[in-house]
Design a protein around this ligand. Structure first.
Ligand code: SF4
Length: 250
């Protein structure tokens, strides 16, 4: 019995939908509901296909920030804002030689931290956040990183992206890390409506991605975003394992 090719079917459906939209009157498009149950079901199916393909393409995807203790990941993720993970990994080596634990970093003068993290850019604000964050870990949590999303959000310099990263990578809990790669790829692939707002993207992804898959998927988005679906005007769609299911490429 001939089975239906789900990928081909999606591509064909997309062409048909595009053709219909092309013929629709402008006000019909304008009044189209934002998201129907069917849209959500389609996105869930698409998400599962994306997850499976990226698993095959990047079986060992993991965080590219190097750390051996939870507090170090907190430091690194703050330093990684507008800086490459590779540079952060080099800079923290020197930082930890001077200040090897939470107490030492909490006691360190902010100006000294700033000198050491300067190569990561935004040295002043990053140093202030790291100092305040380490003080709070020391004074409120006995030097431990809390395994609670809301408590993580209260730490200086920690936003939703960082809190999710800690929850997923350190504590193995469901997490969706909406960094620049995740946001760009999800918009292009058609998993989101193209929003650039990290929280909106996160909330949209929670609706369609199995929770246990979120963390690893986001790490895979980073690798795919660096290698194939780059931020350049023209990503390498011809080399992409998602080319026949990606909305941008259909
Ligand atoms: S097909 Fe192109 S736009 Fe879509 S995910 Fe792949 S590289 Fe990105």
């Amino acid at each position: 019995m001939k089975t239906e090719d789900p990928v081909k079917t999606r591509a064909e459906k997309k062409k048909t939908e595009t053709a219909k939209i092309g013929k629709a009157k402008p006000d019909t498009i304008k009044n189209r509901p934002a998201e129907t149950e069917k849209d959500l079901t389609n996105k869930k199916e698409l998400a599962l296909a994306v997850i499976e393909r990226l698993k095959k393409a990047y079986p060992d995807a993991d965080c590219t920030l190097e750390y051996d203790q939870a507090w170090k990941l907190l430091v690194s993720v703050r330093l990684a804002a507008q800086c490459t993970d590779a540079r952060v990994n080099v800079v923290v080596e020197d930082l930890y030689t001077h200040y090897p634990d939470v107490n030492a970093l909490a006691d360190a003068p902010v100006e000294e931290i700033e000198k050491l993290v300067h190569p990561c850019g935004l040295g002043n604000s990053k140093a202030r956040d790291i100092s305040a964050c380490m003080k709070m870990l020391r004074d409120t949590y006995g030097g431990q990183v809390p395994d609670d999303f809301d408590k993580l959000l209260e730490l200086p310099g920690v936003g939703r992206k960082s809190a999710n990263l800690i929850m997923g990578d350190v504590f193995g809990k469901p997490a969706i890390v909406t960094d620049t790669h995740c946001i760009r790829l999800c918009g292009r692939i058609g998993l989101t409506d193209g929003s650039k707002d990290p929280k909106k993207v996160e909330m949209a992804l929670w609706k369609i991605i199995p929770p246990e898959e979120g963390n690893a998927l986001c790490h895979r988005f980073v690798l795919h975003g660096r290698e194939i679906c780059t931020a350049r005007t023209k990503p390498y769609c011809d080399k992409c394992c998602l080319q026949d299911i990606c909305e941008k490429n259909l």
